[in-house]
Design a protein around this ligand. Structure first.
Ligand code: PMV
Length: 336
């Protein structure tokens, strides 16, 4: 992989800690052109969110087995297996054999049903590669993070970010790049939590199911138009234009699931109620635009001044457990 040369100045053994924020896609990634490499069928555009972070630490040493602690628990399970598979990948790239000690801590409040895998694999990409003696530039870190979780490619950067589909079979050109830094446009994302249960159908499984939908080919075919519209809206700081295309992308993604066999519906009743509440507010002049990922939570893009009104309205929707408001956040960084 380009840029993955070991850095001789950092010897394996050093403990490194990195931190990354979650991101929410405005133009969604939904479907892979290569499952093993996590290469997307389309490009996507996201906003990295402040305050919802994961911290990862890694050291390579002479232990006899890899150790993995997730939020203080060393239990074996799917999450630990996924983390250690990612460590293995980096170890191979770095050409080292030492065992790893990895520790991740999530600053995303527990039970809010917001997947933190994007932040987790972005912080792991930074921490593990540095601990392995590599000093990677952000594009190479983005390609690496993508291997852990597709959307993690975007959490390497702050603010508005585009992840390119790429054309190459090896994925070298499927990397994210920043469009606007966090200070470039002060918007808010209001998140309404309608269920804190772990989702039943993972995004990977959902994407596989999407391939059976007659709406999948038009989704891929229309992606470039949505991306171009979002890029133009971000460049012009045009909230309405960005919000409308973001809403369209999210609803189109969920429509794929409705038409899949077997069908896939991530929404709950409260999800639908939140959509109507946001649209009713819009009729009254408070501009909020809905986006929804592979779960029942509703995220609303808006101006900072409108965030309290939107948050208050969503708090009143029956079935909404909690509402939080996030500003644009920074990209992944090395820190203690
Ligand atoms: O990165 P994954 O495999 O968790 O997939 C993320 C999929 C969505 O969140 C629904 C869309 C996106 O672009 O983040």
């Amino acid at each position: 992989m380009k840029g993955l040369e070991p850095d001789r100045s950092t010897m394996p053994g050093a403990d490194t800690t990195a931190r990354a924020n979650v991101n929410v896609a405005l133009i969604k990634y939904w479907g892979k052109r290569d499952t093993a490499l996590n290469l997307p069928s389309t490009g996507s555009i996201s906003l990295t969110l402040d305050g919802l972070w994961v911290k990862a630490s890694c050291a390579f040493g002479d232990g006899s087995v890899d150790e993995c602690l997730i939020d203080g628990s060393g239990e074996a399970g799917d999450d630990a297996t996924r983390v250690l598979r990612f460590v293995d990948l980096i170890r191979n790239e770095a050409g080292i054999a030492a065992r790893a000690r990895v520790n991740t801590t999530s600053g995303v409040p527990k039970g809010i049903g917001l997947a933190s895998s994007a932040a987790a694999f972005a912080s792991l990409a930074v921490a593990v590669s540095r601990a392995a003696g590599m000093r990677l530039e952000p594009p190479a870190l983005s390609a690496l993070a993508r291997r852990g979780s597709g959307s993690a490619a975007r959490s390497i950067f702050g603010g508005f970010v585009e992840w390119h589909r790429g054309e190459r079979p090896d994925g070298r050109d499927s990397i994210a790049e920043p469009i606007l830094p966090p200070a470039g446009w002060d918007v808010r994302m209001v998140v309404a939590v309608t269920s804190s249960a772990r989702k039943a159908i993972s995004s990977s499984e959902g994407m596989q199911r999407a391939a059976s939908s007659p709406l999948y080919p038009p989704w891929v075919e229309s992606a470039e138009r949505d991306l171009a519209e979002a890029r133009r809206a971000i460049a012009a700081r045009d909230l309405e234009a960005l919000g409308l295309v973001a809403e369209h992308s999210a609803l189109k993604m969920h429509a794929i699931g409705l038409a899949a066999r077997p069908p896939l519906v991530y929404w709950l009743g409260a999800t639908v109620e939140c959509i109507h509440r946001v649209w009713a507010l819009r009729e009254e002049g408070t501009r909020g635009y809905v986006t929804i990922d592979a779960g029942p939570q509703v995220k609303v893009l808006c101006e900072p001044a409108d965030a309290p009104t939107i948050a208050g309205a969503l708090r009143d929707v029956a079935g909404v457990e909690r509402v939080l408001t996030c500003a644009p956040g920074r990209g992944a960084e090395v820190r203690g």
